[in-house]
Write a protein that binds this ligand. Structure first.
Ligand SMILES: [Zn+2]
Length: 382
């Protein structure tokens, strides 16, 4: 079976996505897969821009650390009190996550402004978009790739909205759209020395993930929506369908689609390459960036164990999603047959009222396989 046949089959039979996939490089005659590989590698360099110490220092100076730290302290106490009242040994979130939650509130409410049409800077009236224009040399020097031109509805003055790509420039202008929010917020997390991923969705949206040491897992953070740990909000609340969701950081790249697509119906066809090729590209990017950040064996071992645990977690999420989908379909079919009672009918009805599987805090299984560390770098993985 050729690569191309296989990748279509993989979408038709999504159960296979819950099985381990063997990485394979793009075939020499598969231009589409090769282009996707180049595109993802180019994208993977964006979060590396955050790792500039001077830039992180500048970012840190913008954050009201004392205020956020105090807020985090107060919230931790609330979580501790809640845990104690429920007889739990540890609170849901620790100081580290509460610090990110405080950062998230401050960032969305006080620091960064969402702009669709920029208001007129002469009279503050609304504006209408005219067209896109080329950036001036100065705008280009500040990382603008194009400029949206608007006209004021009252005084007729033109308003330029340069579309900057670099986080350091967005940090200065403090306004933008969802992608700009994700860009700057991810950098601010890095400024707080929190492990953060810049998450790209092929269907035109971006957000952040941070690593919770307390819960030993990656947590979804959408700074534009001020959303914390709600990975299913896109498909559930927005009805958004997605094909590829990739998390990039200095630690590499991971296909995290299954964390966000909580229903097979919300998964768009994944046709840009086979699943094996995608896995190959993820490992290729990880090999490209991780050694510079994690040159020592101990860090590599820790990250490798985390990779394996996350892979197990994502596959179990997807298996549960498919199982839930089957039950719902069986329940619907049984109802269509005249509401005859059947085991599927009962379980399906129950599932409808229960929270989506992905929203349940699913601990990483203690018996998750931890293979030996790969002895040769950059050969990554088993
Ligand atoms: Zn005006």
């Amino acid at each position: 079976m050729s690569n191309r046949d296989q990748k279509f089959d993989l979408h038709v039979i999504p159960d296979l996505l819950s099985q381990p996939v063997v990485p394979e490089p793009p075939a020499q005659d598969d231009k589409e897969a090769q282009n996707f590989e180049k595109y993802l590698i180019a994208m993977s360099h964006i979060p590396l821009n955050y790792e500039n110490p001077g830039l992180l220092d500048e970012a840190l100076q913008q954050i009201p650390l004392d205020r956020l730290s105090q807020e985090a302290e107060e919230e931790v106490e609330l979580f501790q009190a809640k845990a104690a009242s429920l007889g739990k040994s540890k609170p849901e979130w620790s100081h580290q996550e509460c610090m990110v939650r405080a950062l998230l509130r401050w960032f969305r409410r006080s620091f960064f402004t969402f702009v669709n049409n920029p208001p007129c800077s002469e009279c503050l009236s609304p504006t209408n978009k005219i067209r896109n224009v080329a950036p001036t040399p100065e705008e280009r020097a500040h990382s603008a790739t194009w400029v949206e031109l608007y006209a004021c509805v009252t005084c007729g003055a033109y308003e330029r909205f340069p579309r900057y790509t670099e986080a350091w420039q967005l940090l200065r202008v403090k306004r933008g759209r969802a992608g700009d929010f994700a860009n700057v917020f991810t950098m601010l997390c890095r400024a707080l020395d929190i492990r953060a991923r810049w998450v790209w969705c092929q269907e035109d949206y971006l957000w952040t993930e941070i690593y919770s040491e307390h819960q030993q897992r990656w947590v979804h953070v959408d700074s534009c929506e001020e959303a914390w740990d709600m990975p299913h909000m896109y498909y559930k609340n927005w009805g958004k369908k997605m094909s590829y969701v990739i998390a990039f950081s200095r630690e590499g790249a991971v296909d995290v689609t299954r964390r966000y697509v909580g229903s097979p119906d919300a998964l768009l066809p994944r046709t840009r390459c086979s699943e094996g090729v995608l896995k190959f590209i993820m490992e290729e990017i990880t090999n490209l960036h991780r050694p510079k950040y994690a040159p020592d064996g101990e860090t590599r071992l820790r990250l490798y164990r985390e990779d394996v645990a996350e892979d197990v977690q994502l596959r179990s999420l997807w298996s549960a999603t498919l199982e839930q989908s089957r039950r719902l379909k069986a329940a619907a079919a049984a109802a269509a047959r005249g509401g005859r009672s059947s085991p599927d009918n009962k379980s399906g009805a129950n599932m409808m009222g229960s929270p989506a599987t992905g929203d349940i805090k699913r601990p990483i299984p203690e018996d998750a396989p931890v293979p030996d560390v790969p002895s040769l770098w950059p050969t990554y993985g088993p």
